[in-house]
Design a protein around this ligand. Structure first.
Ligand code: ADE
Ligand code: ZN
Length: 330
């Protein structure tokens, strides 16, 4: 669906399509333990978040040079643009690259080669969000923020991702305080597999402005009430929820009830190369499986721009919002 939208929950490493993975493997002399793209696609049957993360980190071995990150980002931006994405706030996982000997500069400069030209090349404005891996230590997160200091003009904020259960937000209090002191915006994954308490903790301890996923808030009516009252955006990822089995089938997704409750929901793709669809595909899927009305789809698109970090450019935000209102559904 080409309804204009902002994508606010997108891991750039999760846009690595099998074809590009093999191309980069050949270019860099990296051998993959899969015969071909079909065999690799066969591995895309996930039990839960961890089984996905294992493959996600394994395939990152092919990303080695600035050009690799540039190609990855350009491929994503082209696909996103074709599906109506007008603005993208893009996560990256530097610790997963630093651990393989790929430096922060290679990652950020490589991504920037694509992001810096994205408006001209793809018609998509962009921002970068550095994510800490929550299954790594708090010290490692602090070192990562330190390593990012030379590149802060290219980074709008910090996030928190990877294996959630057993790694509560409070573990990262110090690094989030340091990020806030540097003027960075703050978001965190919470309530994907982890309990509703992690959502509360992300808000109260880490000071986040948006919750990534936040799906499990529906288990706690008082928390839902708070999220509605405080207008906290949730970056939902419906196809991801089905593939990672947090929801059995898309028809059971709580999105309609969440909209009904007055939550500020957005729809995003998370790791589109792995979960069967980009942003527009997620919109199409929820429209079909959940019978969302045109008004509800427009609300989701409007929310995405309202929840974005575009305050520095209200004129642009107003232009995108006008495009949402003018859109004609087919
Ligand atoms: N859906 C997700 N949850 C947590 N960490 C991730 N890293 C990439 N995708 C993720
Ligand atoms: Zn995610």
């Amino acid at each position: 669906m080409s309804l204009p939208k902002a994508e606010l929950h997108l891991h750039i490493e999760g846009t690595l399509e099998p074809e590009l993975a093999f191309e980069l493997a050949a270019r860099n002399g990296v051998s993959l333990p899969y015969a071909d793209t079909d065999e690799l696609r066969e591995a895309y049957r996930f039990e839960d978040l961890q089984s996905f993360l294992n493959l996600y980190y394994e395939l990152m071995a092919v990303l080695r040079t600035e050009r690799d990150f540039e190609d990855l980002a350009n491929a994503y931006l082209a696909r996103a643009a074709a599906q109506g994405v007008r603005h993208a706030e893009i996560f990256f996982d530097p610790q997963a690259h630093l651990a393989r000997g790929v430096g922060m500069g290679t990652v950020v400069e490589g991504l920037w080669r694509a992001l810096g030209k994205s408006e001209e090349a793809h018609g998509v404005s962009t921002q970068l969000i550095l994510c800490f891996l929550r299954d790594e230590s708090a010290e490692s997160a602090l070192e990562t923020l330190q390593a990012a200091k030379p590149y802060l003009d290219r980074i709008v904020g910090v996030g928190l991702d990877s294996a959630e259960v057993g790694h509560p937000p409070v573990k990262f209090r110090e690094v989030y305080e340091a990020a806030a002191a540097l003027g960075l915006r703050r978001v965190a994954h919470a309530g994907e597999e982890g309990p509703p308490e992690y959502i509360t903790e992300a808000l109260d301890v880490l000071g986040v402005e948006r919750i990534d996923h936040g799906l499990r808030c529906v288990e706690d009516p008082a928390l839902v009430e708070r999220l509605v009252r405080e207008r906290v955006p949730l970056t939902l990822c419906p196809l991801s929820n089905v593939r990672l089995r947090t929801v059995d089938v898309l028809g059971d997704h709580p999105l309609p009830a969440m909209l009904e409750a007055g939550l500020l929901c957005t729809v995003n793709s998370d790791d589109p190369a792995y979960f069967g669809g980009y942003a527009g595909d997620n919109f199409d899927a929820v429209r079909q499986a959940l019978g969302l009305s045109e008004d509800q789809l427009r609300e989701l698109a409007r929310n995405s721009f309202l929840a974005s970090f575009l305050e520095h450019d209200e004129e642009r935000r107003a232009r995108y919002l006008a495009e949402v209102e003018a859109y004609e559904f087919s």
